[in-house]
Structure formats: structure tokens, C-alpha cells
Design a protein. Structure first.
Length: 295
């Protein structure tokens, strides 16, 4: 009798476990559909002709306009809206800014993690305090500086790039990662005659590769989507970034008159970020998980 009770309890436990997992995956599936549906609708809309889209009484979740409509929409987005030039500007801005920022962040994080100098803790506390300052105040100060009559830097890549090459949060994130590396490794490297720079390049950076890749990807996303500062600094369309030109298209009436063409432009702008995430998703997850636990 006791054996039968145990089997019954085990069977109920297994049923409960199965139902729990079914409930979890059902919830995650529904949530994924909710999150991904706007992207699906954006892509499907970009495949429709203008006439088909505006003649729909209720939005259709599939496209029936044919291949020519796709060509027309994406051709309009690339050439009529001049997205190719703006994508080139954004690539220059994003890659240069990210490259310079990674150098600054690595050197600053190493200094705060391993070097000993007077006032290090006070200086690091002041750095962290900068995170409490609203970004709008920094933008106002930077705008007043870069538009000074003595050196008006509007419509230059220098003005676009310089304010973005330092990040307190990324310095803090990488500093914590560097500090997880045992002190004995640092002292052993010093005994072997390695300089601080060699220790940083040969040991710390390879060990912190997932975190550095995460920082690079997040910074690329941030710069690719940057809008307010480029909008202030770029009055010449030759220096527009993709986020700016999308807003210009929308506000000028292009978006309202040709929603499928507008959606094609948004798809083109979103594609590089999606590809980048697919390529580096494992490194991103590894960097996040590594910094979520004390190693």
C-alpha cells in the first residue's frame, strides 16, 4: 500500500512538472509573438504595393502584391530617400566612435582596477556620480561648447564622435570584470618582467573578451540608433545619420504617402543590427552571465 502511495505521489509530481513546463513555454511563446509581431508586420508591409496597402479594409498579415512591389519599395528607400549615403555616414560614425570608446574604456578600467595612484577611489566615485546627471544637461553643455563661435563644429564628424567616446557605465562594467582576475596572475606577470601594457594586452583583454564584445555590440547599437545629438549637430543633409533621415522622411510626408516604402527604409536600417546580434549573440550572453556572478 505504501509503495502504491509513493508511485501515485511520483506520478502527480511528474504531471505537475510537465504542466509547469508547458505553462512556462506557452507563456514565453505568447510573449515572443507579442514582441516579434511589430517586426513581422513591418516586413510584410514593406512587401506590399502602395495601392494594396491603402485599399485594405483591415490590415492583412500576408503580402500578395508580387515581387515587383518589393523591388519598388526597396529601390525607393535606397535611392529616392538617399539611404545609401546615410548608411555610409552612420557606419563611419558608429565604427569610429566604438573603436575610440573601446580604447578609452579599456585603459580607464585597467587604471581603476590595477594601478595604484593617489585619489583613485575618490576619482572613481566622482566618475560614478556622473551617471546621476541627466543626459539632457550634458547635451546642453556639449551643444554650447561645439557651437561656440570660435570653433563651430556643426556638420563635422568630430562633433558627432567626440562626446560619445567615453562611457562611465562601460568603464565600471569592465573594471569589475578586470578585478575578477586573480591578483596572483598580475604579480606573476610582473615577476616575469611584463609591463602593465603587456599584461593588459596579453592577459586581461583575452580573459575579458566576452565582456568587451558585449560592450562593442551595445555601443554599436547605441550609435546606430543615436538621434538627438546628431540631429543637433547635423544641419547639412550630407552628415545625416539613418535615424535622422527616417525622421525627415516621416515628417516630410513621405511616410504618410507611402507607408510600404517607409517600412522598407526601416527594414534596411534595422537589418545591420539584427545581423550583428545573430553573429555575436553567444558572446553577448556569455558576457552578461559572466558579469552577473562573482567569479
Amino acid at each position: 500500500m505504501l509503495e502504491e502511495d509513493k508511485k501515485e505521489a511520483l506520478r502527480k509530481a511528474n504531471i505537475f512538472k510537465v504542466l509547469k513546463y508547458v505553462g512556462i513555454y506557452l507563456f514565453l511563446t505568447i510573449w515572443a509573438i507579442i514582441v516579434l509581431f511589430p517586426f513581422y508586420y513591418m516586413i510584410i508591409t514593406s512587401f506590399k504595393s502602395t495601392n494594396d496597402f491603402y485599399n485594405e479594409i483591415t490590415p492583412k498579415l500576408f503580402a500578395t502584391s508580387g515581387f515587383q512591389a518589393i523591388i519598388d519599395n526597396y529601390n525607393k528607400a535606397l535611392f529616392d530617400y538617399e539611404l545609401l549615403q546615410d548608411i555610409g555616414n552612420t557606419l563611419v560614425f558608429s565604427l569610429t566612435t566604438t573603436f575610440l570608446m573601446v580604447i578609452v574604456v579599456i585603459l580607464a578600467a585597467f587604471a581603476f582596477a590595477r594601478l595604484n595612484f593617489k585619489g583613485k577611489n575618490i576619482l572613481f566615485t566622482l566618475f560614478l556620480a556622473l551617471m546621476m546627471i541627466p543626459n539632457e544637461l550634458v547635451i546642453i553643455t556639449n551643444y554650447a561648447t561645439f557651437t561656440n563661435s570660435n570653433f563651430d563644429l556643426r556638420n563635422t564628424f568630430v562633433a558627432l564622435i567626440l562626446p560619445s567616446i567615453m562611457s562611465v557605465f562601460y568603464i565600471y562594467l569592465l573594471r569589475q570584470n578586470f578585478m575578477q582576475v586573480s591578483d596572483s596572475i598580475y604579480y606573476a606577470a610582473k615577476v616575469d618582467g611584463a609591463s602593465d601594457l603587456k599584461y593588459l594586452i596579453k592577459i586581461l583583454i583575452p580573459l575579458s573578451k566576452p565582456t568587451i564584445i558585449t560592450i562593442i555590440v551595445l555601443k554599436l547599437i547605441e550609435t546606430w540608433n543615436s538621434y538627438v545629438w546628431p540631429r543637433l549637430m547635423s544641419t547639412d543633409s550630407s552628415y545625416y545619420l539613418v535615424s535622422n533621415v527616417i525622421e525627415v522622411i516621416r515628417s516630410s510626408g513621405g511616410g504618410r504617402d507611402n507607408i510600404p516604402g517607409m517600412m522598407a527604409a526601416v527594414c534596411i536600417v534595422s537589418l545591420p543590427l539584427i545581423i550583428m546580434f545573430i553573429i555575436f549573440r553567444k558572446q553577448i550572453m556569455s558576457g552578461v552571465s559572466k558579469n552577473g556572478t562573482k567569479g
